[in-house]
Design a protein around this ligand. Structure first.
Ligand SMILES: [Zn+2]
Length: 277
């Protein structure tokens, strides 16, 4: 069945959403002009495109420079932690120092004990190093934590305070962890997984934490929300996640969009007034 016909995202006019975490440089976005135009039609006003290593961070910057309303985040994902040296870190610093690069966050960085593409000690070292760089650059941190809650929180607590703030992206813990994340001054980012039937823990998190600490993300091209589960995720599908959050909080889609957009703006302090539409 044709995807576009199945359930075209519908959104009330004037509803503005921010996709705070998408990988626009990855496969699935071969026609970026189309991807971004469709996102704009579906209420997305801004997208933060996230780097996972030096080449993808450079691509993120190139995309941010090309499109109004797109900003970049740069960093080394824990999967890529083993392939990094000091010279690479210096290049990240140089990238971030150029204001025209529209870099609004440092990440994604963190720990991934589910896949273990890099040994733990190397992941830990890369994580600590990059928290330091992010602080020097005064950028909010975008944290990836998969099956590594304890170590992630320990490192974050040892490195606080985070004056520029941060976000736990694609949040995968319970309400107790979410409240600890919020205690650090961080936001909790809700992905499309929240629309899955079996995501009861994440749905409870959304119900139990304050709306003013929630931001939304697609994590595209991964983790498409229902009704596109299993397909390439796109920024235009963010509305399905927003709608689910609204339903869980028993508030309107407009209110959900308004507050999560304010939150994203507070966190990333987008330096360009221009949006996607
Ligand atoms: Zn990601």
């Amino acid at each position: 069945m044709n995807n576009a016909r199945k359930n075209p995202p519908q959104i009330p006019p004037g509803t503005n959403l921010v996709d705070t975490h998408c990988h626009l440089d990855m496969r699935g976005y071969e026609n970026l002009d189309d991807t971004i135009a469709s996102a704009a039609r579906c209420g997305v006003t801004r997208i933060v495109t996230i780097g996972i290593d030096l080449p993808s961070s450079i691509r993120a910057v190139e995309i941010a420079r090309r499109f109004n309303g797109v900003s970049a985040a740069i960093g080394i994902h824990p999967h890529n932690a083993a392939r990094t040296d000091n010279e690479t870190y210096a290049k990240f610093q140089a990238l971030a120092e150029n204001k025209a690069n529209k870099i609004v966050g440092y990440g994604e960085i963190g720990l991934d004990y589910a896949k273990k593409y890099a040994p733990r000690n190397i992941q830990l070292k890369a994580f600590r190093n990059q928290l330091g760089i992010a602080k020097e650059l005064n950028l909010p941190v975008i944290i990836h934590d998969r099956d590594a809650h304890e170590d992630t929180m320990q490192i974050l607590n040892r490195n606080k305070p985070f004056y520029a703030g941060g976000v736990m992206h694609c949040f995968s813990g319970d309400s107790e962890l979410a409240l600890k994340v919020i205690d650090l001054g961080f936001y909790v980012s809700i992905p499309g997984i929240v629309t899955f039937n079996k995501s009861e823990t994440l749905q409870r998190v959304v119900r139990e934490i304050p709306l003013n600490r929630i931001i939304l993300e697609t994590d595209g091209p991964f983790l498409a929300p229902v009704p596109y589960r299993g397909k390439t995720n796109k920024p235009e599908y963010l509305v399905f996640t927003a709608r689910k959050v609204a339903e869980l909080k028993d508030i309107s889609l407009e209110e959900t969009a308004r507050q999560t957009t304010v939150n994203a703006e507070n966190l990333f302090r987008f330096n360009s007034g221009r949006t996607l539409h």
